[in-house]
Design a protein around this ligand. Sequence first.
Ligand code: NDP
Length: 256
Amino acid sequence: MPPKDLFSLHGRRALITGSSRGIGLALARGLGEYGAEIVLNGRNRDALAQAQSQLKEAGITSSLSSFDATDQTAVLSAVETIEQNDGPIDILINNAGIQRRAPLEDFSREDWDALMATNLNAVFFVGQAVARHMIRRKRGKIVNICSVQSELARPGIAPYTAAKGAVKNLTKGMATDWAKYGLQINGLAPGYFETDMNAALVKDKDFTEWLCRRTPAARWGKVEELIGAAVFLSSDASSFVNGHILMVDGGITACL
Ligand code: NDP
């Protein structure tokens, strides 16, 4: 197979949760540029419509599926609707996520539940709903968005770290259970990227200084820099890669 075709996503449909902005929207654009038909997801319909117009301007076909990824009933119904109306979901990027910051001793039960629901439960709910169809077809790619926080703690975000650590191991578990059905499930672990989730940190000079000292690449990541890894894990280029967590973090987890 010529090298360029290894990365082609033509004829594949990708559902990307949390793709109205940030990393999810960048991955929608990136996978779309490699030929995938995109199903955008998020809870805010207006934001989704705006994301869809941006993709359209870039010549990328997409449809919208607005559902709350923490609501298992809504997830099951949305996945059935996509499969029936649009067609098979060949690629799932489990990307929807939230952040809550507070010292662990002050962390509220409400914030804990919200973090676990979005960052962990949703990965299982959407992953399982889509995998059932993929298992029937005996093929499919799932990419779970992990984090450097799957490996490392940082002050004030212990519950996020716990959830992302669990997503790393859920990814390995999914691969262990579903590889025999022809599925590939891998993780993509971003370092620190300039998105709405990190808006306060981007403005915080002390944090940026710490980040640049701590990261061998000495800068924030740009969301477009996640596209190559996502296309790799979604395409035939990664045909024997399973249960792997690919760090895209400027080297931050490579050194102390
Ligand atoms: P953003 O806050 O910019 O975007 C989050 C997206 O998720 C939005 O589209 C949001 O839309 C959607 N979303 C949130 N909750 C739900 C839900 N319950 N159901 C469906 N969609 C939902 O975040 P980022 O782009 O920064 O982060 C994306 C992923 O990458 C997350 O999993 C995050 O943990 C991870 N990550 C981010 C890093 C970074 O540096 N930015 C680093 C490492 C990992 P809406 O609110 O309308 O539902």
